[in-house]
Design a protein around this ligand. Structure first.
Ligand SMILES: Cc1ncc(COP(=O)(O)O)c(C=O)c1O
Length: 472
């Protein structure tokens, strides 16, 4: 009796990414009420600079009381009908903020901006504008698990992975792009474009000029689109600095060309300002037909006037945005380093990164075998025994087992330290367990084969094994 959309399972909700959230919801960690609960490290939320926003609100109480700077009520204006073009004051403030994040090297025209209810809606709307059901977009792996839902579910579009490898730090290469394109053709899928997240979720790295050049050359030669999801652009906390796709178009003198019309940017205030609940996203496109269609579609997910009004006031305070952006980056860097150091104490390393709200953590040495089954086994142990919800690489379509995304900006420093202690005890207990298994196996072997050997030979071999295990 229901539609196919309802009954098909292409939503992606059964991914371990979402299952981990469900487990966390059943048993959430609380320092006082539930100290043995699960710590949520699978949520890319930025709670590090909330105090700065709260202080701004305290010093500027008018917008939340529906009043303008002259203390006159704007309640009626905001409450009555809003058309889908958005408040001009907010669009102006948002494009200015987007330029500021890019070091004012590029500027954005508010007429090319479409407001959406978060980047989720922006990405889906772009799919509706650029792809027919059954058309494909190429995405570098690993990618944000929500894309399976956002890009495919309602639109009927398909994702074909561009397989990136740990051998070169998961960088995008020309051959990987060509291979993905070929794969799509083999599956009889028409490739309409590439979608990248810059900086990457889950890698926490920003794209290099070389990678961006490869991408622009590829879309130019194949006559396809490029969507650059730049939702984490304001989180770049160390070098190399962020290069927006707009900057590449400008440097290569491609602005106002056919190619520039096929490049579209997605943005949102969910990460940089830490406001996912406010649902403020945007599409920036140089193609007026896309802007026009996306504006009409935005009727299905508008940002409320009240939210636009408040944010236009915050973002037009340039003194505030300057302090906020630099302080937020400083705090993210500090937090990133704390996580990297904490994991290192347990012998775990991360991909070197410079942005985002997470680390891409290498736990390949903790797997029983180099398989995704083994990755799931380890993930379950980490969720249920260690009490941490992290996201397995397979949920991000990573091609190599043993990588995990671990978020660091959605909790207090104390909670992060507790999480690191839990990881250390877990890794230590694994080492002890492995030692015991090894001892047992050696005992069996030795007793079968070398019954006549003197006792000191056994003791020596056990001792050597312990030393080498400790040294690891
Ligand atoms: C790469 C990427 N795009 C889009 C989104 C969705 O963001 P929003 O909350 O603005 O819908 C996320 C959220 O995690 C993300 O990581």
């Amino acid at each position: 009796m229901l539609s196919e959309k309802v009954t098909c399972n292409s939503h992606g909700q059964d991914s371990s990414y979402f299952l981990g959230w469900e487990e966390y919801e059943k048993n959430p960690y609380d320092e006082v009420k539930n100290p043995k609960g699960i710590i949520q490290m699978g949520l890319a939320e930025n709670q590090l600079s909330f105090d700065l926003l709260e202080l701004w609100l305290e010093n500027n109480p008018q917008p939340t009381a529906f009043r303008n700077r002259s203390n006159q009520s704007v309640f009626k204006e905001l409450a009555l009908f809003q058309d889908y073009h958005g408040l001009p004051a907010f669009k102006n403030a948002l494009v200015r903020f987007m330029s500021e994040i890019r070091g004012n090297k590029v500027s954005f025209d508010p007429n090319n901006l479409v407001l959406t209810a978060g980047a989720t809606s922006a990405n889906e709307t772009l799919m509706f504008c650029l792809a027919n059901p059954g058309d494909a977009f190429l995405l570098p792996t690993p990618y944000y698990p929500g894309f399976d839902r956002d890009l495919k579910w309602r639109t009927g579009a398909e994702i074909v992975p561009i397989h990136c490898s740990s051998l070169n730090g998961f960088r995008i290469t020309k051959s990987a792009l060509e291979e993905a394109y070929k794969q799509a053709e083999k599956q009889n899928l028409k490739v309409k474009g590439i979608l990248v997240t810059n900086p990457s979720n889950p890698l926490g790295t920003s794209l290099t000029m070389h990678e961006l050049d490869i991408l622009v050359n590829f879309i130019s030669s194949q006559n396809i689109h490029l969507i650059s999801d730049e939702i984490y652009s304001g989180t770049v906390f160390s070098s190399p600095s962020f290069i927006s796709i707009m900057e590449v178009l400008k440097t290569r003198n491609l602005m106002n060309t056919e190619i520039s019309k096929r490049v579209h940017i997605v943005y949102s205030l969910s990460k940089d300002l830490g406001l996912p609940g406010f649902r403020i996203g945007a599409i920036y496109s140089n193609d007026e037909r896309v802007v026009c269609a996306a504006t009409k579609m935005s009727s299905f997910g508008l940002v409320s006037s009240q939210t636009q009004y408040l944010l236009s006031e915050i973002l037009s305070d340039q003194k505030f945005t300057k302090i906020y952006l630099s302080e937020n980056r400083r705090r993210l860097k500090q937090r990133y380093e704390r996580l990297v150091k904490g994991l290192k104490r347990s012998g775990i390393s991360c991909l070197k990164s410079n942005s985002g709200l997470f680390c891409w953590v290498d736990m390949r040495h903790l797997l029983n075998s180099n398989t995704f089954e083994s990755e799931m086994e380890l993930w379950k142990k980490i969720v249920y025994e260690v009490g941490l919800n992290i996201s397995p690489g397979s949920s991000c379509h990573c091609g190599e087992p043993g990588w995990f995304r671990v978020c660091f900006a959605n909790m207090s420093e104390e909670t992060l330290d507790i999480a690191m202690q839990r990881v250390k005890s877990f890794v230590d207990s694994m080492a002890t367990e492995n030692n015991q298994i090894f001892r047992q196996k050696s005992m069996n072997l030795h007793s079968r084969r070398t019954k006549s050997l003197p006792k000191w030979v056994f003791e020596l071999s056990f001792h050597q094994r312990e030393v080498s295990a400790d040294e690891r």
